[in-house]
Design a protein around this ligand. Structure first.
Ligand code: CA
Length: 231
């Protein structure tokens, strides 16, 4: 699907030039010639990125950005006049993703647009990954529903077994000490047996490893436990 860039620029020549260049690169282009119209179009949800001039009639670029950021995190690249250093600072503080100083080489703007879009999409990928879904191999944990399954079959765990497994899955490939596990699973003021973690690991193994003939929780001698991603 084509990426739509909104150009907010009152100077018609520059706007037209940017439009042609962006279209040539395969972007869909929307244009606005003043701050108010720019804000409306940026909030419309139809654009994927905004190229926003600072000096604009009606609302200047900073004001547009300030209002836009109240309810939108659409990527914004600001265009500032040469040597307006304060503008750059204000733009970045105000939530701009990047800025360009006029006059600029179009190739540089195109490169920055690509970079900002790439950063955003990789950030969205991380944020979009559901933290409530954990697992390794055929083992799956739905934290929100408080369910664990292996190969699609439900595994019944006690609260502490579940918590222990959750901590290990959340820290996949990291060795976690017994003390840390004790604190996370039983609370740091736990005063009972210190080998309780070993006991829970044994319970978990009896419900998973022994049943499914696998080795999910690794013991790291003298240190603690770890769940490793399957190779
Ligand atoms: Ca302008």
């Amino acid at each position: 699907m084509a990426v739509t860039v909104l150009i907010v620029e009152d100077e018609e020549k520059i706007g037209r030039f940017l439009e042609l260049e962006l279209m040539h690169e395969g972007y869909e282009v929307m244009k606005a010639a003043n701050g108010r119209e720019g804000l409306e179009k940026a909030q419309s949800g139809k654009a994927d990125l905004v190229v926003l001039d600072v000096m604009l009639p009606e609302l200047n670029g900073f004001e547009v950005l300030r209002r836009l950021r109240k309810n939108s995190d659409i990527p914004v690249i600001m265009l500032t006049a040469r040597d307006e250093v304060m503008d750059k600072v204000a733009g970045l503080d105000g939530g701009a993703d990047d800025y360009m100083t006029k006059p600029f080489a179009i190739e540089e703007l195109l490169a920055r647009i690509r970079l900002v879009l790439k950063k955003r999409s990789s950030a969205a990928g991380t944020a979009g990954r559901d933290k409530n879904q954990l697992g390794v191999g055929r083992l799956h944990m739905d934290v929100q529903r408080y369910e664990v399954s292996y190969d699609g079959k439900q595994v019944e765990l006690t609260h502490r077994e579940f918590e222990l497994l959750r901590v290990l899955l959340e820290n996949k490939n990291i060795v976690i000490s017994r003390d840390t596990l004790l604190e996370k699973v039983c609370g740091y003021d736990y005063m009972g047996e210190t080998n309780i973690i070993d006991v829970y690991v044994r319970y978990l193994r009896s419900k998973l490893d022994d049943v499914y003939q696998v080795k999910i929780i690794q013991t790291v001698r003298g240190v603690g436990y770890c769940i490793k991603d399957e190779n």
